[in-house]
Design a protein around this ligand. Structure first.
Ligand code: NAD
Length: 438
């Protein structure tokens, strides 16, 4: 089947490449000329493990192409995916749908034969119906259907998530659209991955409910962690103890500096707004949003405590600034709150991140970037583990401690046991939800 993919960001590019790998002919289109030029040369503009190889294979096989022209991308396409950004609208938390509706209008202006317009972007309940209205208004003679097909991939594991999903969710209104969507996902259907076919509104709601639930789970363990610190319990033991209960499950129970990234913050905010707009406030979600902000402040206070009450004039080395490992995405990363707060209190901050520098340099002014953890730690007083990249998980701790001045570690991801850190020569260690060793 011929497919057009509008938007070549984290979701559009991965989806386009993977759908080509399923055997479809995919043309990806983006308005960003720079991105398209790089993609045409075979360069992957984002960091996503395995994507470069899969993109090269499918481009060589003639199933994958890139263009700036929607007309070109839509030629002969039976399905057109909208995978453009839906960021938080400035000020009110609503999802900004202007890119989605602009794409819908462009599709309408370029289409003449039957197509299914598939929204992959995360959009509030009712958006697909509005897409339908926008398209019908712009091109009243067009025969088309809309489908909601929210995406659940995680950055850093995106290809595996797309190829081996827990489920695919498809919201449709007609059998014809349902058949086309089944054809698109046939390789998954044949391998018994569950396909949830439902109505448009339920599909839209599933995406928000899933992300809000996961953000709640993270926030729950973070709140338990804070109480563990006051009571002497160890959140790692608690998480293991509750996570072994199948009804709870062990995922998303790692205490840390709060959730971030391109999805949880904006999607929880959007769901809260949707609730308010329907006079049905989502109280749990609203509390989660508030708590997640406070957790970041709590982390700043912990670092200040570790520094003996003030970070002014102290040199702090930060390991990892992306919102999680294996991505270069800095959107709403906890580092964007924590690092400026330390700089603002007079600390000299050094930063190291395997992939975050390109995006991070503009977002984190007044810090010194270093190439590796050893260079960043040399002469520093405090080492902060902020994003648990693999290369920070097996550091030569005695070497690091030996190069620091009065070495102290704030392990905000609970990567290292306190005993190992102290045994390596650090003078103090704090984790999250564990006993502090000050
Ligand atoms: P992104 O900002 O990385 O990419 C969006 C791309 O769309 C950009 O390259 C932009 O130039 C392009 N674009 C915008 N309007 C266009 C138009 N009219 N024509 C052509 N190109 C256009 O966004 P993303 O992270 O890929 O997210 C896309 C959607 O998927 C969002 O709704 C997001 O919530 C959702 N989502 C994201 C993730 C994730 O992990 N990033 C996971 C699941 C769902």
């Amino acid at each position: 089947m011929r497919i057009a993919m509008i938007g070549t960001g984290y979701v559009g590019l991965v989806s386009g490449v993977c759908l080509a790998d399923f055997g479809h002919e995919v043309v990806c289109v983006d308005k960003n000329a720079d991105k398209v030029a790089r993609l045409k040369k075979g360069e992957v503009p984002i960091f996503e493990p395995g994507l470069d190889r899969l993109m090269a294979q499918n481009t060589e096989a003639g199933r994958l192409a890139f263009t700036e022209s929607l007309t070109e991308a839509m030629e002969g396409a039976q399905a057109i995916f909208i995978a453009v950004g839906t960021p938080s609208r400035r000020g009110d938390g609503h999802a900004d749908l202007s890119y989605v509706y602009a794409a819908a209008k462009e599709i309408a202006e370029n289409a003449s034969d039957y197509v299914v317009i598939v929204t992959k972007s995360t959009v509030p309940i009712g958006t697909n119906r509005e897409v339908k209205r926008v398209v019908a208004e712009a091109n009243p003679d067009l025969d088309f259907d809309v489908a909601s097909n929210p995406e659940f991939l995680r950055e850093g594991a995106a290809i595996d998530d797309f190829m081996r999903p827990d489920r695919v969710v498809v919201g449709v209104e007609s059998d014809r659209a349902a058949d086309i969507m089944s054809e698109i996902y046939r390789p998954l259907y044949l391998r018994d991955f569950p396909i949830v076919t439902t109505d448009l509104e339920s599909a839209e709601m599933i995406k928000y409910a899933a992300n809000a639930f996961l953000a709640t789970k993270i926030t729950f363990i973070n709140e338990v962690a804070a109480l563990c610190e006051r009571t002497g319990a160890n959140v790692k033991e608690v998480a293991r103890g509750i996570g072994l209960d199948n009804r709870i499950g062990n995922k998303f129970l790692h205490a840390g500096p709060g959730y971030g990234g391109s999805c949880f913050p904006k999607d929880t905010n959007a769901l809260a707004r949707i609730g308010q707009d329907h006079s049905m406030p989502m109280r749990i979600v609203e509390t989660v949003i508030d708590l997640n902000e406070r957790i970041k402040t709590r982390m700043i206070d912990k670092i200040i405590d570790l520094a003996g009450g003030s970070v002014s004039g102290k040199t702090i080395a930060i390991l990892g600034v992306t919102f999680k490992p294996n991505t270069d995405d800095m959107r709403d990363a906890p580092s964007l709150t924590i690092v400026p707060a330390l700089v603002g209190r007079g600390a000299k901050v050094r930063v190291v991140d395997p992939q975050g520098r390109h995006e991070g340099e503009a977002l984190l002014p007044a810090v010194d970037w270093h190439e590796d953890a050893y260079a960043a730690a040399d002469g520093a007083e405090i080492l902060v583990m902020l994003t648990e990249w693999n290369e920070f998980r097996a550091l030569d701790l005695p070497r690091i401690a030996g190069s620091m001045t009065n070495p102290r570690m704030a392990d905000l991801r609970n990567v290292y046991p306190a005993a190992d850190v102290l045994g390596a020569g650090f003078e103090a260690y704090i984790g999250v939800g564990t006993k502090d060793h000050l």
